[in-house]
Every structure is written in C-alpha cells, then in structure tokens.
Ligand binder design. Structure first.
Ligand code: FEO
Length: 171
C-alpha cells in the first residue's frame, strides 16, 4: 500500500499521460489534414507511447494494492497557426510532464517511499528523452522546414517504429 498523497498524485499522472496521448492525436490530426503523413505517423506513435506510460502507472497502482481512479480528459486546443506550432506546444507539454514527474518524485523522497522512487526512475530517464526528441523536432523544422526540406523530414518521420517501453516488455 502506498501513502494516499502518492496514490493521488499517481492517479492524476495516469490522467495526464492519457491526456498527452489525446493531445498528440490532435497533433497527428493536424498534420494528416495538412498532408504531412510522416509527422502524423510520428505523433500517432507518440500517442501510443503516452498510453503505455499511463498503463504502466495504472499497473503500478494495482500491484501496490491501491485504488485506481480515472480522471476526466479535456479536449486539446487544436488552433495551430502553422506546422511549427504543434511541435512547440509538444515541447512545452513535455516540460510540464517532467515537472509533474519530478513533483511525485519529490513527494516520494519526503515520504521515504523508496519503491515509488525506483518505479519513477524509468520515467525520469524517459522524460529526458522526450524533451530531447521534442526539441529536435523543432530545430529540424526551423533548419530544414522549407518546402523540399519539409518533404524529406516528413519522409524521415514516417519511418518511426513503435516499441513498447523497456520496462513493459517481459525479459
Ligand atoms: Fe509520458 Fe511524453 O511523457
């Protein structure tokens, strides 16, 4: 059993991760409708990863004997002025998720909840990767996003393959 504060924060994080999936599906819709199927594909994969993050936390709560309480998801704001805007919104969103994971970690430290700290270690590393990926999407589009370059980038992103998180795959 976990402290109620940790349980509440992790339940909120489940909703945040599902919202991330929802947000990235909205990005994917934007790119699909703009004719950029590679970016649309990239964000579909990203949405799958976010769903996995939510399921990992849900599983952790169940395995710890805690009650899982699913929250409400808001509709994402999809008023994008151009093709760069979703990428910037994605980077900002990842910073928000990193801060949220860090807050849970800080609470676990305060409560001497070493089990949750160990569980969250994977998420700390994952967030570093997520921020790096989101940042690269922005710099690539700024550097190479004129018409021919954007075509090439779109082809590159169409090659992204889904891989389940390493801690989700049985050894
Ligand atoms: Fe689950 Fe992109 O953080």
């Amino acid at each position: 059993m976990l402290d109620q504060r940790i349980t509440d924060l992790l339940n909120e994080q489940v909703a945040k991760e599902f919202y991330s999936a929802y947000l990235y599906l909205a990005f994917s819709d934007h790119y699909e409708e703009a004719g950029l199927k590679g970016y649309a594909h990239w964000y579909e994969i990203q949405a799958q990863e976010e769903r996995d993050h939510a399921l990992l936390i849900r599983r952790y709560l169940h395995d710890a004997g805690c009650t899982v309480t699913l929250g409400t998801l808001a509709a994402p704001d999809v008023q994008f002025v151009d093709n760069l805007a979703p990428l910037q919104a994605g980077y900002d969103h990842e910073l928000y998720i990193t801060a949220s994971i860090n807050d849970i970690y800080a609470t676990a430290v305060e409560l001497h909840d070493f089990r949750t700290m160990q569980f969250l270690d994977w998420f700390v590393g994952e967030q570093a990767e997520e921020e790096m990926n989101a940042s690269k999407l922005i710099s690539d589009m700024k550097l190479f996003g004129d018409s021919r370059g954007l075509y090439e980038l779109d082809r590159e992103y169409s090659a992204r393959a889904y891989a389940a998180p390493s801690i989700m795959v049985a050894p």
